[in-house]
Design a protein around this ligand. Structure first.
Ligand code: C2O
Ligand code: CU
Length: 579
């Protein structure tokens, strides 16, 4: 069983246990003896089963089980003891067990709410708030149901609940450190100076574009989706002028995967202000990394990228022989891009397919009809990639894979989620049953360049209730907090930094750190054994634990976020900061 399904199973069992206790309590209040006893027995079995799932989760990693062990388990235990001891006394009037059964139900439900609304880390504040809720609900039930209401007992319960509520709330709203916002006294970076050798102008505007034979509303750079493909050769100095004609919420350009100087990173509110209608901003940086990258707006990026404000950036080491095709995959108004294309390619021609995923969710790519190699991932060349046949690749949101092969004399097709997007000759084969490549075991290994870390951070990804803003929201959280309340990760220039990224949620979180590529060390405790993988985008699936590391060699304040851009906007964004 994967950790993701264990997390889901634990949640379902907790719901069943709570429902069993509460249902049993209601049935006994209604004097339905057999039903009440049946539900209580069911709840007891579910509670015992939960002991197994919680233990299993704690063994995978404390992050997955902390609040379950520290809050839910003691509450459930108290419920079982109270309800069980009352039931064992076999009362003649079944109504006498109603309040104990309801207490067990509130206790179980309380523990469940902690998991659903808060998660990791478990805090004393959360524990006290939960206790307050359970006691208050029990006291009220007692008042309503007890044959001879004992005023003293229910008043004591209410008083304890009130005290727990006050203390818990006090502890829970203790302030977290929020990142300081923009600072523009960065020293000028040598990588931004020099006579530009490649100049581009990108003008953002609302427009309509034709997709799959239909006109759809879009936001586009230079009237096209994707925007123009920007190309350069290593050593070029790029100068890109961004203009905004009429995008009211503002536009920026972020160079996804390109480790530019911080001042050129294009993150609204962090490295620059949004470029508003009628304004412009000039980006300048040296092309010192070869490979496949992309650019996109980073102001209301969820909406902006989805509507079309993105394009490809390709930096080549030198003029290359053969054909070089970019395949930026995107979903515009529910329609898939790019449009299918077939081209004749003479047998023997070297072909490079640059696959990009510019959506917020994973896509599956399959190249049929030829053996191929994965030459690069996220712009970085892999070490000794071996030939693959009938193997699919999963590209995370924001990620890029370069596939290379020599054109055969027979048909070849690239399918994305089963749809042919590029081909040589007629489309062959179905690819749905192909195995998926695991990049952590592909290619030849090399030793990890560091033996110790100067800084280690753990990011536990989850969902939770965020009450700090104007409106409460069910946010995507990191370590129990949502943007802008997640403390920044502070490093010093030169530090070797390790991140452990843990996903407790039932969502895939494609992780993306700006300004740096991270080296994958392990996933779920298993070390990476393939080619060194220097990534800027990787899928942290439900239950996954990734360990990655990098050298802090690009000073500034960098966004570090989930690249499911809706999640990023819903709280899952934090910052890496140089001290
Ligand atoms: Cu491609 Cu912060 O984004
Ligand atoms: Cu996410």
């Amino acid at each position: 069983m994967t950790t993701g399904s264990l997390l889901a199973a634990d949640l379902v069992i907790a719901v069943l246990a709570a429902a069993g206790w509460l249902g049993g309590g209601a049935a006994s209040a209604a004097r339905r003896r057999p039903l009440a006893l049946g539900l209580a027995a069911f709840a007891l079995v579910a509670t015992l089963a939960r002991a197994i799932t919680i233990t299993a989760l704690a063994r995978v990693g404390w992050w997955f089980a902390a609040e379950k062990v520290l809050i839910a388990a003691p509450l459930s235990l108290a419920g079982v003891v109270v309800a069980g001891s009352r039931l064992l006394r076999a009362p003649r009037d079944i109504r006498a067990v109603a309040v104990p059964l309801l207490f067990a139900g509130y206790a179980t439900a309380g523990g469940l709410l902690v998991t659903v609304l808060h998660g990791y880390p478990a805090s004393a504040g959360t524990a006290l708030l939960t206790l307050a809720g359970v006691l208050a609900a029990t006291a009220v039930s007692w008042r309503v149901l007890a044959a001879r209401p004992s005023g003293a007992v229910s008043r004591a319960a209410l008083a304890t609940a009130a005290a727990a509520l006050v203390t818990g709330a006090g502890l829970a709203v203790a302030p977290g450190a929020a990142p300081a916002v923009p600072h523009d006294h960065e020293p000028r970076d040598a990588r931004t100076v020099g006579e530009p050798t490649r100049r581009f102008t990108l003008t953002a505007a609302a427009t309509t574009v034709r997709v799959g034979g239909r006109d759809v509303a879009a936001w586009a750079f230079n009237g096209q989706v994707p925007g123009p493909e920007l190309t350069a050769t290593v050593g070029d100095v790029l100068e890109v002028t961004l203009r905004n004609r009429d995008i009211g919420r503002g536009v920026t350009l972020h160079w996804h995967g390109y480790d530019v100087p911080n001042s050129q990173d294009g993150v609204r509110g962090i490295t620059q202000a949004a470029v508003l209608p009628g304004q412009e901003f000039v980006y300048r940086f040296r092309a010192d990394q070869a490979g496949t990258y992309w650019y996109h707006t980073h102001a209301v990026s969820d909406v902006g990228v989805r509507k079309g404000l993105y394009g490809v950036l390709v930096v080549r080491p030198a003029p290359v022989a053969g054909i070089d095709v970019t395949v930026p995959v995107h979903t515009l108004s529910g329609r898939p891009l790019p449009a299918p294309r077939s081209e004749p390619v003479p047998a023997g021609t070297p072909v490079r397919l640059r696959l990009l995923n510019t959506d917020s969710t994973t896509h599956r790519y399959a190249l049929a009809g030829t053996p191929f190699r994965v030459a690069a991932i996220d712009g970085g060349d892999l070490r000794d990639p071996t030939p693959l046949v009938d193997t699919a690749v999963l590209i995370p949101a924001g990620g890029r894979y370069d596939l290379v092969f020599t054109a055969p004399a027979t048909p070849v097709a690239l399918l994305v989620d089963g749809r042919a997007v590029w081909s040589i000759g007629p489309v062959p084969a179905t690819t749905d049953r192909w195995p998926v490549l695991d990049p952590l075991t592909y290619g030849a290994p090399a030793p990890v360049p560091w033996s110790r870390f100067d800084k280690e951070f753990t990011l536990v990804l989850d969902r939770g209730l965020d009450l700090r803003g104007l409106l409460p929201r069910y946010a995507h959280t990191v370590n129990g907090a949502a943007d802008p309340d997640i403390p920044p990760q502070v490093v010093r220039g030169g530090d070797v930094v390790a991140f452990t990224i843990v996903n407790r949620a039932q969502y895939v979180h494609p992780w993306h750190l700006h300004g740096h590529h991270v080296l994958v060390l392990s996933r779920n405790g298993k070390p990476a054994t393939g080619s060194p993988l220097w990534l800027d985008s990787f899928d942290v699936r439900p239950g996954d634990v990734w360990k990655v590391a990098f050298r802090a060699d690009n000073p500034g304040m960098w966004a570090n976020h989930c690249h499911n851009l809706a999640h990023a906007e819903a709280g899952m964004t934090l910052h890496l900061m140089y001290s």
